[in-house]
Design a binder for this molecule. Structure first.
Ligand SMILES: *Cc1c(COP(=O)(O)O)cnc(C)c1O
Length: 411
């Protein structure tokens, strides 16, 4: 009899977004005239930059000609794309990252999950609370945890709370952890990390032989010149960190699919016999075996992000979303809310008023303003009492939503 991976049975049913959809649908059925505005799920809304579309159209034409047709590409990604990434995203910021250390993929979400393939079963793993749920669930699937308690915390994971009390910066743990997930600019809180703060993590990781799994999917939203875009801007990070990047949130590739992961060549972890093994070799072997590369057409589209036109068009997209963020921040602050994030990030994290639970706040906002956001408790127990508003929507919808909140919501 075939058996299953029992770890899947430990997973809490994908609860957050289905539950949001259930409540929104029930409300819409009971109130068919309500114009519901969704500022919930973290998906972009604006069309692909023209430079990317043009490059992809040209690539499609090349695929239609025997002389320029491409079959399987390199598993690690085309060199011309990795060269652009190394030069523009890293070397231009003073990070000594080589093209060989970049692995193109079809998503940062899958890479943050797949990376667990190359790590041992007995690592101590730390995540922030609240957190991007993928880090937690992939560890559950890999058998790195026990069962979840009533608060949804899995036995065996170390949860580092991030709340207004610590400025949404996890305290450096006193105990030793082997793998640490950090995400800056942060989803869901929208806060960013200074160089000094990241340096504390890099120092901790080097002292304990830990690996930082650094998710920088939202780096393009950073406008403050003091805030690092990459963990490799911190001295010593090449000895202790893997970085995940994506074209999803800068160039709107959520439906097009292209991302990359940086694994420095000198980064090592221990084998069970005590020897140091290069993680680059393992990730290269893993990708070459289980992955056959991103489509040529899509990689051509991603390359165009680094052209002069592409850069200007991506900046215009980011500026548009950041203006949405400013409108949301200003209006919610004027309405009396405590708001966080939304300056160098596309998420605003607010404290619910009158100590409402995250879900009670969700219902109240839906009923009084017909506006949908995401309950903070859905990202972890310490997110209770918070609420996420995303900036991914049209200007008109953002302004309309904020006007309704200003006029109708009694904080
Ligand atoms: C959106 C997002 C990503 C990007 O995922 P892709 O699979 O590249 O679309 C990665 N990390 C976080 C935290 C995100 O919110």
């Amino acid at each position: 009899m075939a058996t299953i991976n029992d770890n899947y049975l430990k997973l809490k049913a994908g609860y957050l977004f289905p539950e949001i959809a259930r409540r929104v649908n029930a409300f819409a059925e009971a109130n068919p005239d309500a114009q519901i505005i969704k500022l919930g799920i973290g998906d972009v809304t604006e069309p692909l930059p023209e430079a990317c579309r043009k490059a992809m159209i040209e690539a499609v034409e090349e695929m239609g000609d025997r002389a320029t047709f491409k079959g399987y590409g390199p598993e690690q990604g085309y060199l011309w794309l990795r060269e652009k990434i190394a030069a523009h995203d890293f070397q231009a910021r003073g990070c000594d990252i080589d093209t060989s250390e970049i692995f193109i993929s079809d998503g940062a979400k899958c890479d943050t999950g797949n990376i667990l393939d190359i790590f041992g079963k007995d690592n101590t793993i730390a995540v922030t609370d609240p957190v991007y749920p993928v880090y937690v669930d992939t560890n559950v699937m890999a058998g790195h945890t026990g069962f979840a308690n009533a608060k949804g915390e899995y036995e065996g994971l170390i949860y580092l709370p991030i709340t207004a009390e610590n400025d949404f910066k996890a305290e450096i743990p006193l105990q030793k952890v082997d793998l640490i997930y950090l995400c800056f600019p942060n989803n869901p809180t929208g806060v960013v990390a200074s160089k000094d703060y990241l340096k504390q993590w890099v120092d901790y990781a080097r002292e304990h032989g830990s690996i930082i799994l650094f998710d920088a999917a939202y780096e393009a939203f950073i406008t403050d010149p003091e805030i690092p875009h990459s963990i490799y801007e911190i001295e010593g990070a090449k000895d202790c960190a893997i970085e995940f990047r994506s074209f999803s949130k800068n160039a709107g590739f959520t439906g097009t699919r292209c991302a990359f992961t940086v694994v420095p060549k000198n980064l090592t972890a221990k084998a069970s016999n005590g020897s140091d093994v290069e993680l680059w070799k393992l990730w290269n072997r893993r990708q070459s075996t289980k992955f056959n590369g991103v489509s040529y057409i899509v990689q051509k589209g991603a390359e165009a992000v680094y052209s002069e036109e592409g850069k200007a068009q991506v900046k215009a997209l980011i500026d548009f979303y950041l203006e949405n963020a400013k409108i949301i921040r200003d209006k919610l602050t004027a309405a009396g809310f405590s708001v966080y994030g939304g300056v160098n990030a596309p998420y605003i994290w607010l404290k619910t008023s009158n100590d409402l639970s995250s879900w009670d706040f969700f219902d109240k906002l839906l009923q009084t303003c017909n506006v949908v956001g995401t309950p903070g408790s859905g990202f972890g127990a310490a997110g209770e009492g918070y609420f996420r508003i995303s900036v991914f929507n049209s200007r008109q919808n953002v302004e309309e939503a904020m006007q309704r909140i200003t006029e109708k919501f009694k904080v």
